[in-house]
Design a binder for this molecule. Structure first.
Ligand SMILES: Nc1ncnc2c1ncn2[C@@H]1O[C@H](COP(=O)(O)OP(=O)(O)O)[C@@H](O)[C@H]1O
Ligand SMILES: [Mg+2]
Length: 265
């Protein structure tokens, strides 16, 4: 049996809120793929359906959301037809998420070392957890001596690194990063993005990077999907999208955001 080329294939996915006059097609017949070890960016303005699409991958869209059509193929199965226990097994262990606000992902009363250990307890039995916590902190370039720190004792950038360490605790195959650097200042953003790029190389991780900011796409993504009002309006290699955007909306998005690196040509 040959291994599938893509780790994830989303086919004609639609997600609706409300009905009748109040029907909102938050995600409207979108398709995208992520290859093994590939970093794919989904870019679009606020409200275009990025987060709902990302959450839908493990059927985590809000309760009010209706999966109105399509399939999400991961590991040879359609995620949308799996049971809750089956989905729970995949969440966090094969697909994990990092979000914009690292603070909300940590419990303020426990040390970050303890919390990473808990993630290990949940997903990986029978390993030397102390040693693994240190390995993970090292992987995200945090000094091991920070393990006994509480979340409020860390900077935003350090916490985001911890969240990445926690997301990697179960060695997932796919990391979904939903606006992971939006809350951080520009220098720290760059450091976190470099870390994600490094990890995807080193660990062979596939990354789905969600952002409204075209500035961060260039250095990180292999391919880009542009979303507007629930639809994918343009897709292509990063180079193609950055230097030869076809869709008017893509051009607007790019013009609106100052890039971290000016265009090379
Ligand atoms: N729980 C909800 N109930 C109703 N509408 C929602 C809910 N969550 C999100 N939406 C709507 O779905 C659309 C897509 O949202 P979202 O995926 O969060 O956008 P993005 O991440 O691109 O900013 C938006 O119009 C948003 O208002
Ligand atoms: Mg969002």
């Amino acid at each position: 049996m040959t291994e599938a080329k893509n780790i994830l294939e989303v086919r004609n996915l639609s997600i609706h809120f409300g009905s009748g006059d109040d029907l909102l097609k938050a995600v409207d017949d979108i398709s995208f793929t992520i290859g093994h070890g590939e970093t794919v960016a989904v870019v679009g303005e606020s409200g275009s359906g990025k987060s709902i699409s990302a959450l839908a991958l493990t059927k985590l869209a809000p309760r009010a959301a209706k999966y109105a059509g399509g399939e999400i193929i991961f590991g040879g199965q359609n995620m949308l037809s799996l049971s809750d226990p089956e989905l729970r097994k995949i969440r966090g262990s094969q697909i994990s998420y990092i979000f914009q606000e690292p603070m909300v992902s940590f419990n303020p009363v426990f040390t970050i070392g303890w919390q990473i250990e808990e993630a290990l307890k949940l997903h990986r039995k029978g390993i030397d957890r102390k040693k693994e916590v240190n390995r993970l902190l090292d992987l995200v370039h945090l000094p091991v001596r920070l393990a006994p720190s509480y979340p409020h004792q860390m900077s935003g950038g350090q916490l985001q690194r911890c969240m990445i360490a926690m997301a990697l605790a179960c060695s997932p195959e796919l990391l979904v990063a939903d606006e992971p650097t939006t809350a951080l200042d520009v220098t720290v953003q760059r450091e976190i993005l470099n870390l994600l790029a490094e990890l995807s190389e080193k660990v062979g991780l596939s990354v789905l990077m969600i952002t409204h900011n075209f500035g961060i796409v260039g250095d990180l993504a292999d391919r880009v999907y542009v979303m507007q009002k629930g639809k994918v309006v343009e897709e292509g290699s990063t180079e193609q999208i950055l230097y030869k955007p076809q869709h008017e909306y893509t051009k607007q998005l790019m013009a609106a955001v100052p890039r971290l690196h000016p265009a090379k040509d």
